[in-house]
Design a protein around this ligand. Sequence first.
Ligand SMILES: *[C@@H]1O[C@H](CO)[C@@H](O)[C@H](O)[C@H]1NC(C)=O
Ligand SMILES: *[C@@H]1O[C@H](CO)[C@@H](O)[C@H](O)[C@H]1NC(C)=O
Ligand SMILES: *[C@@H]1O[C@H](CO)[C@@H](O)[C@H](O)[C@H]1NC(C)=O
Ligand SMILES: *[C@@H]1O[C@H](CO)[C@@H](O)[C@H](O)[C@H]1NC(C)=O
Length: 465
Amino acid sequence: MRNLLLVLALVAVATGQSSRFRQEFPGPYCAARFGSSNCCQDRQDGCAQPISTTLCYCDEFCDRGEHGDCCPDYEEVCLGMPPSEPENATSCLYKNRYFTPFDPNIVDNCNTCKCNMDGSVTCTEDICLVDDDLLRQLHHLERSIGWKATNYSEWWGRKYDEGKVLRLGTFQPKILVKAMKRLSNKGGVLPKYFDASEHWTGLITEARDQGWCGSSWAFSTATMASDRFAILSKGREMVQLAPQQMLACVRRQRGCNGGHLDTAWQYLRRVGVVNEECYPYIAAQNVCKISPEDTLVTANCELPVKVNRTLMYKMGPAFSLNNETDIMTEIKERGTVQAIMRVYRDFFSYRSGVYRHSAAATPAEERSAYHSVRLIGWGEDRVGYDVVKYWIAINSWGQWWGENGRFRILRGSNECDIESYVLASNPYVHEHVQAIRKVGELQELIVGTGYVPHPSRRYPPYGRG
Ligand SMILES: *[C@@H]1O[C@H](CO)[C@@H](O)[C@H](O)[C@H]1NC(C)=O
Ligand SMILES: *[C@@H]1O[C@H](CO)[C@@H](O)[C@H](O)[C@H]1NC(C)=O
Ligand SMILES: *[C@@H]1O[C@H](CO)[C@@H](O)[C@H](O)[C@H]1NC(C)=O
Ligand SMILES: *[C@@H]1O[C@H](CO)[C@@H](O)[C@H](O)[C@H]1NC(C)=O
């Protein structure tokens, strides 16, 4: 009898009000009480739960019409009534989805949308790293641009600004390298196709992944140096040099927010770095644990087995290369080189083919940013009557991206400035006895045991210092 009265009383309660209450304070309250039952009979003041700054009750006494003090989920939990519909509460519509001001914001790719009290929707309006519109345009352009795009899930939900800061990370050179004296190679006959990883099998580092940390300045430097140690030592010094040490220790760089290449090369020349195992990459800046006086022994690194090396790995001064043929000769004679490139938004979605930046990237064009990669070779494709010349490059986004971590890019037309800032340097290989072939004006070379003075020492190093 009492129950019946209770139910009748409840029906009289204005449900509009309670559903609104329910949205603002979703609970659980009565449902969160434990014991044999979540609810109490009659009046039990202890049968309460904190809500906002006061208490609400889960006993029968709470249910006194307008002046009741029941918890928002009382009807549902204690009386077994179906949850009331949010009758007249504000609700917003966004891309066929209804939500209320009390629901979590809707995430739409890299933007979030919130439902306002007046039923309108407000979204952030950032340019995303990738979106359906860009992919659709690239798909349409595929034939004319000569490369294919794909929808990488890694990019989805990220802002273009995040991509530019955290997936790139090489600053535009302070000094226009073009104006500097450069190394000029007197090239012999260059083949139509060359791939350093086929020429020096097993000695070239494949693509690593810098993660969400703008450390391409450290990656392109460390991997190119590693390649050249392996090549010049003929495989005796196969070492993966540690970008993490540069990230943590090179001063006046901005760590995961980017760095300058000249500063990185100066560090490799003056201090040197240890191997990857000794200073593993963590895609974040940490406290530098190597001092310039350290050796592999004092730094507690495992020593290499093939050579009696105790000193850290150092490189000679970096030099820059003039033009297409100089770059090709350098790669063929001494190994991979480092290139700075301008990155447009469409580059992130590159899957295969010979890249050139497309009209699809235009809206964000002025907001391009710089990156650095390794050039490891070149080739050419015949497309109808045209010959498309390309560079083969290795990126630092992992092997899931592009052509197994690599990409090809137009050669000979300075696509994305890729031929403007090309650098190389030679390693101080341990007990190096093999003379480097004379190339151009590079003749100065002392052969013997110990460390070989760098052949291009007479040339002004890249940048200052
Ligand atoms: C409920 O919604 C209708 C239509 O949106 C509106 O006309 C009415 O005033 C609302 N009632 C309350 C109590 O907010
Ligand atoms: C790309 O992938 C995302 C999720 O990873 C998906 O929401 C989107 O619809 C896809 N777009 C295209 C054009 O395939
Ligand atoms: C590149 O420069 C060298 C001299 O520095 C010159 O001999 C060569 O022809 C140039 N190549 C091109 C493609 O301009
Ligand atoms: C290795 O190098 C150290 C220091 O240069 C030297 O003392 C040691 O004799 C060398 N060991 C061998 C086996 O050459």
